[in-house]
Design a protein around this ligand. Structure first.
Ligand code: SF4
Length: 482
């Protein structure tokens, strides 16, 4: 059982760990990498059986001259009550731990849980980690009044950076480029830059099928001279899964109406036809990721051993198939019959001339009317500034009633209102102060439903105050909930 693994963890050959890191070295050299996702099992599943399955998955990763391959072990993907990710990953071969990436989820976790998981990753020799905040997930018996605790991925990156082991870890971050309104897209990018400033050295995108959005992210990074390797996440679809995504049941992932029509058409001729269309889609996306400047692809939805080997060899084939960006682009557009990939009516793109070239030599940014604060919002801001501009220095009880009335204050150990344009971060269902999660719906409303994401409001105010830089510069420390 995982609790008794301390002794085996100590047997790891740290000499190998010090001498290099296959994943980091390949990414930094720009050699294409394929990560296959495997989820940490829930505790109701027998650990030994899940560990056997993981070993089999590892064994089915192929060896290719042109590709590096490894596993992306995800944390709390289907539930919150999972085995500890480092204990689960500790079942993998000790020789190849630098090929794999561990996602550390902040869902249903405390800051101490994160410190503990980071220490376990360290002692098991897993250097490649990606902190994530975690999606909304409602465990059995969940009621809205039971607030789940989320640790912001920015805070986990800060924990990695400020711990004594910062040189040991190669930490990445996630970003969701599949956002189609300015109020949704810009805060996402500001947060990504904040994560880079907190030590992230590579970027993994959310799953999506709109390659123009993937190009938009690469162009944004290039134009800001943020030369960090990035990995495009891709989900191999099943007929059930695409309908679930289309119905909005997977936070932050969208399928457009026209793509759904294509998928329904592919499904019409039975399972085999549908499956072969998805393999072809994987190949086109993998090749596209390479031409758009991504250094790898992370594939989810491939769980059976034989499918893992197929996925790796299909990607290796795709790397050889297309000869140039233009060749690939024409193939991609005709495969999709030039379908609209945006979630109508939301279709904001940051650049005018995406898809004309692989790299943004001639890129021009679209003029965009950023959302504006109304006169009541400005009045509210001014009142709050008058009353609470020093709130971070006050005791948590000071001005409590007026803070409740003006900002919906939930009373934390230390007030963050002066750092969040006087929008209380506790009004975000995940309590995120450092920027949005990736889970907003296509119209910019919160993944928990109903209201607009609070970070759109913070962005609007920062834009009015010409204080947008603070959205990527200022690290806001976590607080205790009282
Ligand atoms: S308010 Fe925004 S950041 Fe918070 S959970 Fe909702 S979508 Fe995510």
């Amino acid at each position: 059982m995982p609790e008794s693994k301390t002794t085996t963890q100590m047997e790891i050959d740290f000499q190998k760990q010090k001498s290099g890191n296959v994943f980091r070295d390949r990414l930094n050299k720009g050699s294409f990498y394929v990560l296959i996702e495997a989820a940490t099992p829930e505790k109701k599943e027998d650990f030994a059986i899940a560990a056997q399955r993981l070993k089999a998955v590892e064994a089915s990763l192929g060896k290719y001259d042109t590709l590096g391959t490894g596993l992306a072990i995800t944390d709390k993907t289907h539930g919150s009550n999972t085995w500890n990710i480092a204990d689960f990953a500790n079942e993998l071969s000790k020789d190849d731990r630098d090929c794999h990436v561990l996602y550390i989820s902040g869902r249903n976790a405390t800051a101490n849980d994160i410190v503990d998981t980071v220490a376990r990753c360290r002692s098991s020799g897993f250097q490649n980690v990606v902190p994530v905040t975690g999606d909304a997930y409602f465990p059995e018996g969940y009621r809205k009044k039971h607030k789940l605790n989320f640790v912001d991925s920015v805070c986990t990156l800060n924990t990695l950076k400020s711990g004594g082991d910062k040189d040991f870890f190669f930490a990445g971050c996630t970003a969701n480029p599949f956002k189609y309104t300015p109020a949704d897209l810009f805060p996402q990018y500001y947060k990504m830059v904040k994560k880079i400033k907190q030590g992230a050295e590579f970027i993994v995108t959310q799953s999506g099928w709109d390659m123009m959005k993937l190009q938009e992210l690469r162009w944004y990074l290039e134009m800001r001279e943020l030369h960090f390797p990035s990995i495009a996440r891709f989900t191999l679809l099943t007929t059930e899964l695409f309908e679930e995504i289309f119905a909005g049941k997977r936070p932050g992932i969208h399928i457009s109406a026209e793509l759904r029509k294509i998928l329904l058409n592919e499904a019409k001729y039975g399972y085999a036809q549908f499956a072969s269309a998805q393999w072809r889609r994987l190949q086109i996306y993998a090749a596209g990721a390479k031409f758009l400047g991504y250094t790898g692809i992370q594939i989810s939805g491939v769980e059976r051993q034989e499918h893992i080997a197929t996925a790796c060899s299909k990607v290796a084939e795709a790397m050889r198939e297309f000869k140039s960006f233009e060749d690939w682009r024409d193939g991609y557009l005709s495969y999709l019959s030039r379908a609209d990939m945006t979630p109508y009516p939301y279709r904001h793109f940051m650049f005018n001339n995406l898809f004309t070239k692989a790299y943004p030599e001639l890129a021009t940014m679209k003029k965009v009317d950023l959302p504006e604060c109304g006169k009541y919002e400005k009045l509210h801001y001014r009142m709050c500034k008058l009353l609470f501009s020093k709130a971070h220095r006050h005791s948590s009880n000071e001005h409590l009633l007026s803070k409740k009335i003006f900002t919906g204050c939930r009373k934390c150990s230390s007030c963050r209102l002066p750092f969040t344009q006087f929008v209380c971060p506790e009004t975000c269902p995940k309590g995120l102060a450092n920027g949005p999660c990736g889970g907003t719906r296509a119209d910019g409303t919160c993944e928990f439903g109903g209201k607009q994401c609070i970070h759109a409001k913070i962005f609007r105010r920062a834009s009015w105050l010409k204080d947008l830089d603070s959205l990527e510069e200022r690290y806001i420390k976590p607080v205790e909930k009282i």
